[in-house]
Design a protein around this ligand. Structure first.
Ligand SMILES: [Ca+2]
Length: 40
């Protein structure tokens, strides 16, 4: 799981990823939002 590559995601790509996971619309990806996306 150490090779997810999150550290390589920067700038607009990261913003798009965060927006895709930001279910409460606060512009930040909380652990809960991340975990929800991981669980599918
Ligand atoms: Ca959020």
């Amino acid at each position: 799981m150490a090779e997810m590559g999150d550290h390589l995601v920067t700038g607009p790509v990261a913003e798009a990823v965060i927006k895709a996971k930001d279910t409460d619309g606060d512009g930040l990806m909380s652990f809960d939002e991340f975990w929800t996306s991981v669980q599918g």
